[in-house]
Design a protein around this ligand. Structure first.
Ligand code: UDP
Length: 379
């Protein structure tokens, strides 16, 4: 497929990300698969990205993630500066077949308004759209903008105007799924892991309460706002909602033994922590749109226990690769942890190898690129 795709990863983190980074992990998994299928990739990203591509454009030397914790106008300033560079590039050249955009903040609003001379845009929705409808306010069909979801559930909650632009959904993937069915089993410890940003809607407080109630060890891994380890917390901005959530609802329950916070983990440390866990817990207080950490847990042979909402029922088969209970029912969550050891970790790894490889994700995106080009009359 001799096409050139400008993949916009946005200005927030390097690709691949140094630790935490859901969207950047998607781009890092997708791009090599596209290139191995003959697609030329121009990546719009930040200077510290190390992902091999055919060409790169960038504004910022390093990821601007910390700006996301600042006032909204700072966030928008960074988002606009990055997009300005992307738009300038699109105006300057005529070899881009399609833009695959991953930048929520202003991405679809700006790139979708470039008019018929610009290449068509496929914007991948990464957020829960019920929660952030304003990000897509004012967007209408009729231009070159199309969107895809990362789950069916996510699209179902999207505003109607956005659903009208949908060309389908593509579940997230993980490189850990490649050969997961052939990897030897990891010895399981007695801990349960919660992997993700520490933020109210990921439910770390619920996990910590369950730990104390049931006597299970819970390990929390992930950043608290801009803080990646406990030493960073001293100077943390007390008005940051995630820092406040940590201080008020989670930290009082963290005793260093029954409940531990290990900060952001990466690479082998992360994989070992998840693979050796009895379960990966997702007591989510939102409609999780895509759940990279869910597919990673499965690929590492760790069953998922969580609330039946958002994308979880699409990714996890209740009774085989995990246990899903009614949202908000902490008793049911605790009971599920009691019996999750009966599930076969091999089933989780086999499911991941079958459904969540980057190759499979890339094949699906290539079909969506074809669909978008056909709809724009550029087959
Ligand atoms: N992550 C990580 N280290 C951490 C916490 C998270 O590498 O300490 C990664 C995690 O493995 C996953 C991503 O960050 O790849 C989080 O993506 P997800 O879609 O689960 O959550 P969100 O994008 O909503 O934060």
């Amino acid at each position: 497929m001799g096409i050139t795709v400008l993949v916009n990863a946005g200005p927030w983190l390097a690709v691949p990300p140094p630790g935490y980074g859901g969207i950047e992990n998607v781009v890092a998994a997708l791009v090599p698969e596209l290139r191995s299928r003959g697609v030329r990739v121009v990546l719009a990203t930040v200077g510290t990205s190390t992902l091999p591509v055919d060409e790169r454009i960038e504004v910022f030397d390093d990821g601007q993630f910390a700006q996301l914790q600042r006032p909204f106008n700072r966030v928008m300033g960074v988002a606009a500066a990055h997009l300005h560079r992307v738009v300038t590039e699109l105006r300057r050249r005529d070899d881009i077949t399609l833009v695959h955009d991953h930048q929520e903040a202003l991405g679809p609003t700006v790139l979708g308004a470039l008019g018929p001379a610009a290449p068509p845009v496929l914007h991948t929705l990464h957020w829960d759209l019920g929660k952030h409808p304003a990000l897509y306010g004012g967007i209408e069909g009729g231009g070159g903008l199309w969107v895809n979801g990362v789950s069916f559930a996510q699209l179902a909650r999207a505003p109607r105007a956005l659903r009208a632009l949908s060309v389908g959904h593509v579940h997230l993937s993980t490189p850990l799924a490649v050969g997961a069915d052939r990897r030897p089993a990891t010895r399981k410890g007695d801990h349960v892991v919660v992997l993700g940003r520490v933020t109210r809607y990921k439910g770390q407080d619920v996990a910590a309460r369950i730990a104390h109630r049931t006597g299970r060890n819970v390990v929390l891994a992930g950043p608290v706002g801009p803080c990646h380890r406990s030493g960073d917390l001293g100077g943390a901005d007390a008005d940051n909602p995630d820092v406040r959530y940590w201080r008020e609802d989670v930290e009082p329950l963290v005793d260093g033994t029954r409940v531990r916070w290990v900060g952001t983990v990466a690479g082998e440390e992360r994989d070992e922590l998840v693979a050796s866990a009895a379960a990966a817990l997702f007591p989510i207080d939102w409609d999780e749109p895509g759940g990279t950490a869910v597919v990673e847990a499965l690929a590492l042979g760790t069953p998922v226990v969580g609330y039946r909402r958002g994308c979880l029922p699409e990714l996890v088969e209740h009774g085989r690769t995990g246990l899903l209970v009614d949202p908000g029912d902490e008793d049911a969550l605790a009971a599920a942890l009691d019996v999750v050891g009966r599930l076969d970790p091999g089933e989780c790894r086999r499911e991941a190898a079958r459904r969540f490889t980057p190759a499979r994700m890339a094949e699906r995106y290539l079909r969506l690129y074809d669909k978008v080009l056909a709809r724009c009359g550029r087959p």
